[in-house]
Design a binder for this molecule. Structure first.
Ligand SMILES: O=C(O)CCC(=O)C(=O)O
Ligand SMILES: [Fe+2]
Length: 315
C-alpha cells in the first residue's frame, strides 16, 4: 500500500447499517494493512480548530522564561510544557527538534480517579488557552470513542467494549511546535521514527508535508491530510491487545528542505489512552495456530511507565 486510505466517520454514525458496516470494513482493512487512515466527519468544528491553532501559536511565542514556569518537574512531562530537545524516540540519543504542551484528562465524576492523574496546568498569560484546550480534548476524545467502537465491531467484540476503559482514561492532547531550523541538525530530526504508545492517535495538523509512514515494503510514504481530515493511527497498546492484527506503524516527521528551514510546523496529536488498569493481554480471538500469542500480559499503566522511561521523560 502506498497511500493512506480516507474514511468518513459520518458513515459510522449515519444510522444506516450498510454505511456503518462499510466504515467498519474500511477502517479494519486499513489498520490491518497500513495502520493509518485519514478521517473526515470528525467532531471538531472549524472555529474550534482555528481557535486552538491561535492559542497554541500564542503559547509557543511566549518568552522562554515564561514557558519554563510551566515545565513541572517529577511528572514525566505528563502535563504542562516540555522544552525543546527533551524527548527522544526509543533507542535514539539525539532529542527530537520540538517543544510541546500536554493537556490531560478532565475527571469530573470520580474523585479516586482524579487523584491518580497530575492536575492540568493553567497558563495565566493567555485568557482562552485553557478552555480551548479542554474543548478540543473532549471533542477528540468523543471522536476517538466512535473510532474504537468501529474497531471493536471489526474485532468481533461488543460495540461498546472500549467505552469503560476510555472513560476518564489517561489520554493526552499534545500541541507540538517544531521551530524553524537555524543550524545543520546533523543527526536530529523533527520527530525520529517511532510507534505511538497508546491505543489510537488522532492527529491534527498533518496537512503540510513532513509526516511519513513506513509501509510493509519498508518504504516511507507521505501522510498528508485534506483540510477537513484527521490522521488516525493504531498505537502499540492496541497492536499488543490484538496480537498485531491491527498494526502500530512506524512513522516520523522529516526536516523540511533547506529553503523551508525558516518555517515552523505545528501539529496536535491526541493520544487516546485507557485507564491504567486495563489489561492489554492478547485477545483470545486474535490467537490461532497461524498467529501464536506474541506479547506478554501487561496492564496499560505498566506499559506506559516502561515507555516513558525509554523516551527519557521519566527517570
Ligand atoms: O507532528 C506530527 O505530525 C506527528 C507527531 C507524532 O508522530 C507524535 O508526536 O507521535
Ligand atoms: Fe507519533
Amino acid at each position: 500500500m502506498n497511500s493512506i486510505p480516507s474514511v468518513n466517520l459520518k458513515d459510522f454514525t449515519s444510522g444506516d447499517p450498510v454505511r456503518k458496516q462499510q466504515f467498519v470494513d474500511q477502517i479494519g482493512k486499513a489498520y490491518e494493512e497500513i495502520g493509518f487512515v485519514a478521517l473526515k466527519g470528525h467532531l471538531l468544528d472549524d472555529s474550534l480548530v482555528d481557535n486552538l491553532y491561535t492559542e497554541i501559536k500564542n503559547f509557543f511565542s511566549l518568552p522562554l522564561e515564561t514557558k519554563h514556569k510551566y515545565e513541572i518537574p517529577g511528572i514525566g512531562g505528563q502535563r504542562g510544557y516540555v522544552s525543546f530537545g527533551k524527548e527522544s524516540a526509543k533507542g535514539k540519543k539525539e532529542g527530537d527538534l520540538k517543544e510541546f504542551w500536554h493537556f490531560g484528562q478532565y475527571v469530573e465524576d470520580d474523585a479516586e480517579r482524579a487523584k491518580e492523574y497530575p492536575e492540568n496546568v493553567n497558563v495565566n498569560e493567555l485568557a482562552k488557552f485553557n478552555q480551548v484546550g479542554k474543548e478540543a480534548y473532549q471533542r477528540l476524545e468523543e471522536t476517538a470513542k466512535y473510532v474504537l467502537r468501529a474497531l471493536a465491531l471489526h474485532l468481533g467484540l461488543e460495540e461498546t467494549y472500549f467505552d469503560n476503559y476510555i472513560h476518564n482514561g489517561n489520554s493526552i492532547l499534545r500541541p507540538i511546535h517544531y521551530p524553524p531550523i537555524t543550524q545543520e541538525p546533523d543527526n536530529a530530526v523533527r520527530a525520529a521514527a517511532h510507534g505511538d504508545i497508546n491505543l489510537i492517535t488522532l492527529l491534527m495538523g498533518a496537512q503540510g508535508r513532513g509526516l511519513q509512514v513506513q509501509n510493509n515494503a519498508g518504504e516511507w510514504i507521505d501522510a498528508i491530510a485534506e483540510p477537513d481530515e484527521l490522521m488516525i493511527n493504531v498505537g502499540d497498546m492496541l497492536s499488543r491487545h490484538t496480537n498485531n492484527k491491527l498494526k502500530s506503524t512506524i512513522h516520523r516527521v522529516i526536516n523540511p528542505p533547506k529553503e523551508l528551514w525558516g518555517t515552523s510546523r505545528y501539529s496536535i496529536p491526541f493520544f487516546m489512552h485507557p485507564i491504567s488498569e486495563m489489561k492489554l493481554d492478547v485477545l483470545d480471538s486474535c490467537v490461532d495456530d497461524k498467529n501464536p500469542k506474541q506479547f506478554d500480559d501487561i496492564t496499560a499503566g505498566q506499559f506506559l511507565d516502561e515507555r516513558l522511561r525509554e523516551l527519557g521523560l521519566k527517570k
